[in-house]
Design a protein around this ligand. Structure first.
Ligand code: NDP
Length: 420
């Protein structure tokens, strides 16, 4: 029995909210609050038509304003707040949760909207030098809330999507059941889906294109090794999808896994991309369309990547046209009882099946389901303790069971092909 406030009503939120309604023993009342309230109202009507018993209300909120968030939280009095807006809003929502002493859950690491802001920029440049990776996002801003959340007696669960999220739960599960020591982790994110457009992104274009056009990096013996964008390419034959090119990217769970599993000697992350996607992206980058710095256009300021977002298909609209499957998982090597061991834990998700069930494509689905699961485990007290945590820091078993129950069944292959 709980009341949940969900912030954001985009592709991921729509899945997370519908999945909360399937889990109505835990979630009895929901408030959907976002910038554009009409999207919240449309989703509420869709869910009510399906006969759900969950009591849904909607609200409009500017999640960049701590004051507006505090007012909404005080008015609705939720047991927890699920942030499925954008990473730009992580800190304002955490501040509001702290002020109201309410648990906080999200799916992505904080990053600033304006990467030219001088105070942030100076801290970023210092971090690049000290730590050796140049991604715009890192955990330091959210981990800095640890003492404050502890003192307030509330939980922050960070990054409960698929990657990060499930991939870190897979790591905790591998460690608990399959290994005494893990030596290497390769996280493989394969999207074998085809939406038929020459170019579109599967989740928020701004966040997606920033991530993919950045330098890659991986962790080796506790240190970051940085690569140029798309410098390391491998081919892999993904179960139920087939042979794909994949490229090494920086990804946020590497940082948390490196901290929480210091014995692991190497952690890498690979994502599949087709040649056409990469060519389009390079071209857009070369002409300046991926820039986050405002420019003047016909007497008004515009941010090129935000203008590009307005031109690209809305990721939430890709559902009906996307066919094919995703395969996301982790390959682990290490030892158990003195013997060498390797396993591959992965989930395969079919775009059209997601669309039939909830009206969304598999990228939103594979993120929204774990967002609901992480939130359910916090509000039921199974994953509740004061402080700031990532998903590898709790007992993985209840999460793994819920993945099977709520549409993301997983497989353990005990003899996988390794990535060279
Ligand atoms: P969308 O752009 O589809 O949705 C974002 C939503 O947040 C929209 O409803 C938007 O409102 C709302 N929003 C944006 N700014 C504000 C604001 N200032 N105040 C209130 N509401 C706001 O994004 P996605 O659903 O694709 O992604 C959601 C989150 O999930 C992102 O943080 C993304 O990084 C993360 N993600 C995580 C993954 C993982 O595996 N861990 C994978 C994929 C995504 P409006 O409708 O007005 O635009």
């Amino acid at each position: 029995m709980s009341r949940l406030l969900v912030i954001g009503c985009g592709g991921v939120a729509q899945v997370a909210i519908q999945k909360c309604c399937q889990n109505s023993k835990v979630f009895t009342e929901l408030c959907i609050a976002s910038r554009t309230e009409s999207k919240c109202v449309a989703l509420k009507e869709k869910i009510e038509k399906s006969g759900s018993s969950v009591k849904i209300t909607t609200a409009t909120v500017d999640a960049d304003s701590v004051e507006a968030l505090v007012a909404l939280i005080r008015f609705y009095k939720p047991d927890a707040v699920l942030n499925v807006a954008l990473p730009y809003q992580d800190l304002t929502i955490m501040d509001a949760c702290l002020e109201c002493k309410v648990d906080y859950i999200d799916t992505a690491n904080y990053e600033p909207e304006d990467t030219d802001e001088p105070v942030w920029r100076a801290a970023y440049e210092k971090r690049c030098k000290e730590k050796g990776f140049t991604a715009y996002f890192d955990y330091s801003y959210q981990w800095a809330y640890e003492d404050k959340f502890k003192e307030a007696g509330i939980t922050a669960l960070l990054g409960t999507g698929f990657d990060p999220g499930v991939t870190s739960v897979f790591t905790a599960y591998a460690k608990k059941h399959y290994f005494d020591e893990i030596d290497t982790i390769d996280i493989l994110d394969c999207n074998g889906g085809d939406h038929g457009y020459p170019f579109a992104t599967n989740f928020n274009p701004e966040i997606n294109l920033r991530e993919v056009s950045a330098n890659g990096s991986y962790m080796e013996n506790g240190k970051w090794v940085e690569t140029k964008p798309m410098e390391i390419k491998r081919e892999y034959d993904f179960p139920q999808v087939g042979m794909k090119d994949m490229y090494l990217l920086h990804h946020e769970e590497i940082e948390a896994l490196g901290k929480n599993f210091p014995e692991v000697k190497r952690i890498r992350f690979f994502m599949t991309f087709g040649q056409s996607y990469l060519t389009h992206m390079k071209c857009l980058e070369n002409v300046g369309m991926l820039s986050t710095s405002p420019i003047m256009f016909e007497g008004r300021e515009i941010v090129p990547i935000q203008f590009l977002k307005a031109l690209l298909p809305d990721p939430a609209s890709l559902g009906p046209r996307t066919v094919g499957k995703t395969n996301i998982g982790c390959i682990f090597t290490g030892r158990k009882d003195g013997k060498e061991r390797k396993i591959y834990i992965y989930n395969v998700c079919d775009h059209q099946e997601c669309y039939k069930e909830l009206g969304s494509q598999a990228i939103s689905y594979t993120t929204g389901v774990p967002a609901m699961i992480g939130t359910a485990l916090v509000v039921t007290g199974q994953w509740k303790k004061p402080g700031v945590f990532t998903t590898d820091e709790f007992d993985p078993d209840p999460y793994m069971e819920m993945l099977n129950e709520y549409g993301l069944p997983w497989v353990v292959d005990e003899n996988p092909v390794l990535v060279p």
